[in-house]
Structures are given as structure tokens and as C-alpha cells.
Design a protein around this ligand. Structure first.
Ligand code: TNX
Length: 490
């Protein structure tokens, strides 16, 4: 790629040093130089490389900045592994270096923030010299969208993917079934969506993804560096399935559709072989459409299932997931069963269950409700949201360390961090934005940036810039008290 040769305009006074740019998540190392370089741009088509390590990163940039064609050099590194990357701002070009597709996408995402905060959205840009070298603290940085309590269509999910990808969230967990709705077509059990997909909380019409819709989401996410984690919650949270197929109930009688918000009242009949045939069909069909390694089997709040039955059920369900070539994930209660070797335990309420997972040698995803639940209100005045776990303002969302949630766990036991957005009180994208932003940015930094580099006042400084940027993009981020308090101090 070459840039037009023309005289650079006069250098502005206020080009920020690389290491003060408001990047989120904060990179591991920013080695700022003393120079300021000018990068010219021209309008023209950049054909993405056929090499996937480079092509997706180029497409990511040209999607967001269709007019932009900077002198970018993409180098495949032999030494940088996994998600690691390096960006060097040199005199003639900007060099992006990584060893994998995921690493190069991360480089592109950071470059996007550098360009924006250097005033480069429109093309020509002055950027300070230097090198950014970066890699994540945790492999798994997740966001969960509950599409069961209220349904969100393919376009809405794509909009969510566009919002979370720039912050290097790399897993989107879709909560695809619950008491109020079943949201994915299963060809061998068509009534799941014909009947179970029609309802949602409030009694408004539900909806579901055809298998093609789901594949469209999977591909859209993948090209932006995000792996879809499908969840079918069981054996509780199953009223929608129980309303579609009488055979799944112990008494053989179909349940009425449910549009309220209670939990813990439904259960599959764990004694019946046909229930396990059902699960095998569901896992096989969804698994075949899912390139990512995980299948989430739920397992939370099964209050209507006898404990012994629950344990037997989870043991069998894990086996079914593994036989279908996937790694099981379960909410923390699954640690009361015999954990299969690979099963990942997602802590939401019980640190002692995370410790059981560790003792068994199993990895943990950290989603403590008191810190990461995006459906919790910010404070008592929040227009939507619940507060059974806590009110979570930005300070509380940011100021915690995944390694101290369950005493005895260290980084090596923790696969990562995930922020669940449960759907009881959210009805549209505006509601999603209000509860997700800006708290997700705090969680994104917790999952990525080394603990010793994290600093709350500095995070707030950078967050203020992102709040403006999110609003410019039409994303209705919540006006957090944390920034207003900071303004009062200054
Ligand atoms: C608990 S957390 C649930 C969900 C609810 C959520 C509401 C968990 C594993 N289960 O079913 O939607 O609280 O905050």
C-alpha cells in the first residue's frame, strides 16, 4: 500500500503523546517517542489480503472507516502468540504485527481508538511516535445477552456485536432459552420455536432465530473477533420447552406459557431417557452451527429439581455436550455435580463452588453478580434494572480483582470475566445501551489489563473521552455519577 505524496499540513500544537491517549482497555505497554508523524490518506479501495491473519483486520478497519487508506503495514510475527500484538508508529508507516488473526484484530481495534483520539476519523492524521505492545490478562472476556426474557432480532444482536468488539470483548454468550421463551430453531423438535418461541416477559410477542439467522450472527461475530457461546438453560428455567412438548414433563402435561419474572419453578423430568434424547438433539444441532468450542448448559436455580436428580442430570448433560465435541460451561451450581474434566464453572453467586471447581482442576469464569451483572441498577433512580444483588455504579464495576473473588483462586485458575445482561427489564437497544455502557468498559479493562496497571482515577479520565465518543455514535450510554463527582473535585 502506498500513500499519496503531498506536503503535510502544519503540525498542530496539541498532538497528544501516545501514552496519554484515552485507550480502553489500557494496553500493557506504551513506549512513547518524541516525534510526531503525519500520515496521509487517500480515497480508494483497499483490497483485503487473502491471508486471514491480515484480511479480517483490514476489513474491520475499512468497515468503520470506509474512506480511510493510511500507510499501514501488516506483519505476521513468529514471536507474538495468541491475542498479543504490537503497533509501531514510524515515520513512513504504521506497522501492525501479530501472530494470529485474533491478535491482528486486536491491533486493528487499538489502532481505531488511536486514530479517533488523534482526530483521524476523517483521514489525514498526526500521531505521536512510539510502540504499543499488548496482550490480555485473561483469554476469555465475555458479554452475555439474555434474548429469552425479551427477544432481540439479528440486526439488534449485530448492533451489540459492533458495540462490544472495539473493547476487545471476545465472547458473546447468548442465553437462548428460559421459562419465558425458546429462541433457536431445532429442526428435530420444531414446536420449541413454534410454541415456545412465541412468548416473552410482559406478554408481548416473542421471536426466535432460524438456524440461518443464528449462523449469520455467528459469522458476523467471528469476523470481528468474537466467539458465540450458545446457552440452553437446563434442567430448570425450561418452562418454554415444557410448554411445547408435554413429554418433557414428569406428569406428561404441557405447561402454560409463562410471561412473568419468577425463577426456580420449572424442571425437565430428569428420570426420563427421552429427555436425554431431546438434549442430545438440541446440543447436536446447535453445536453443528457453532464453530466456537463451548456449549453452556445453564444449571442455575434448579429449585424445582431434587438435588440428587440435579446431580445425575448435570453429570449426563456434561457427557452429552462432550460427546458432541464441545466444552461444557455451567453456572456455579454445576460444581455440586461430578465435574467433567473440561467443564468450565461460571461463578455468579457462590465462591465456594468456584473453589470446588479449582480443587477438581476446572477453570472458572468470573461473573460475580454484585460487580458484573449489567441488569443491576446503577442506583435507586435508574429507570430500568433490578437490584437484588447490588446497585452497581462505575466505581463498584471497576474496583475489584477477579483473583480475590474466591479466596484461594489465582489467575491460572481463572479463564476470564463475563458481564451478563439479563433481560427481564430490557425491551430495546436503547435499554441495552443504558445498562451496558459505560460499565462494560470497566469490565473489559478488568479482563484485559494487568491488575497492577489499573488505576481508577486514570480509568475515569479515559472513560470521559469514551462517553463522548459513544454518544457521537448514537449509543445511549448512561451518564454516570462517577464522572460528575470527578468534575466537582477538579
Ligand atoms: C438470576 S444469575 C438468574 C437469572 C435472572 C437474574 C436476574 C443466574 C445464573 N440466574 O435467571 O435473570 O438473576 O438478575
Amino acid at each position: 500500500m502506498t500513500a499519496c505524496v503531498s506536503d503535510p499540513p502544519t503540525k498542530p500544537e496539541d498532538v497528544p503523546d501516545l501514552d496519554v491517549l484515552p485507550l480502553i482497555p489500557l494496553p500493557v505497554s506504551i513506549d512513547g517517542g518524541d516525534e510526531v508523524y503525519y500520515y496521509d490518506s487517500y480515497e480508494g479501495e483497499v483490497l483485503p489480503s487473502l491471508n486471514p491473519t491480515i484480511g479480517d483486520a483490514q476489513r474491520y478497519l475499512s468497515d468503520r472507516w470506509p474512506e480511510l487508506a493510511l500507510p499501514l503495514q501488516f506483519a505476521i510475527s513468529e514471536t507474538l502468540q495468541g491475542e498479543a500484538y504490537r503497533i509501531e508508529f514510524k515515520n513512513e508507516e504504521i506497522e501492525l504485527e501479530a501472530g494470529t488473526r485474533e491478535g491482528m484484530l486486536n491491533a486493528a481495534k487499538t489502532l481505531g481508538q488511536v486514530l479517533h483520539f488523534s482526530g483521524g476519523d476523517a483521514g489525514e492524521v498526526f500521531i505521536s511516535s512510539g510502540t504499543i505492545t499488548d496482550e490480555p490478562r485473561f483469554d476469555y472476556r465475555g458479554y452475555m445477552l439474555d434474548v429469552a426474557r425479551h427477544f432481540f432480532d439479528v440486526e439488534e444482536v449485530k448492533a451489540v456485536i459492533d458495540r462490544i468488539a472495539p473493547y476487545k470483548i471476545n465472547h458473546l454468550h447468548l442465553h437462548l432459552s428460559d421459562d419465558q421463551g425458546w429462541r433457536i430453531e431445532i429442526k428435530s423438535w420444531p414446536k420449541l420455536t413454534e410454541i415456545g418461541g412465541q412468548s416473552e416477559v410482559d406478554g408481548t410477542p416473542g421471536g426466535f432465530y432460524t438456524q440461518d439467522d443464528y449462523s449469520e450472527i455467528v459469522n458476523y461475530a467471528q469476523s470481528r473477533g468474537i466467539t458465540i457461546v450458545p446457552e440452553i438453560d437446563m434442567p430448570g428455567h425450561t418452562n418454554a420447552a415444557l410448554s411445547a412438548y408435554p413429554i418433557l414433563n414428569a406428569d406428561g402435561v404441557a405447561r402454560e406459557p409463562y410471561t412473568g419474572t419468577n425463577v426456580g419453578f420449572s424442571t425437565l423430568d430428569t428420570d426420563q431417557d427421552s429427555v436425554y434424547t431431546f438434549i442430545d438433539d438440541v446440543v447436536r444441532e446447535i453445536g453443528a452451527l457453532t464453530p466456537g468450542p463451548y456449549f453452556h448448559l445453564g444449571g442455575d436455580e434448579s429449585d424445582a429439581t431434587e438435588h440428587e436428580d440435579f446431580v445425575n442430570f448435570v453429570n449426563r448433560a456434561q457427557q452429552i455436550v462432550q460427546e458432541n465435541g464441545k466444552i461444557p460451561i455451567g453456572w456455579d451450581e454445576v460444581a455440586t455435580s461430578e465435574l467433567a474434566e473440561e467443564t468450565v464453572v461460571q461463578l455468579w453467586a457462590h465462591p465456594d463452588y468456584a473453589l470446588r471447581a479449582r480443587e477438581a482442576g476446572n477453570a472458572v469464569i468470573m461473573s460475580p453478580a454484585t460487580r458484573t451483572y449489567l441488569d443491576m441498577q446503577y442506583d435507586s433512580t435508574s429507570r430500568i434494572g433490578l437490584h437484588w444483588a447490588a446497585y452497581i455504579e462505575v466505581d463498584s464495576a471497576y474496583q475489584w480483582d477477579p483473583a480475590t473473588v474466591a479466596e484461594g483462586l489465582t489467575d491460572g485458575d481463572i479463564l476470564g470475566v463475563e458481564s451478563p445482561l439479563w433481560g427481564e427489564t430490557i425491551r430495546n437497544l436503547e435499554d441495552i445501551d443504558y445498562l451496558t455502557f459505560p460499565r462494560l468498559l470497566a469490565h473489559a479493562e478488568i479482563g484485559w489489563t494487568p491488575q497492577e496497571k489499573r488505576d481508577y482515577p486514570d480509568f475515569l479520565r479515559r472513560l470521559a473521552a469514551h462517553q463522548d465518543w459513544l454518544r457521537e455514535q448514537g449509543i445511549g450510554t448512561y451518564e454516570t455519577r462517577a464522572l460528575a463527582d470527578q468534575d466537582n473535585v477538579q
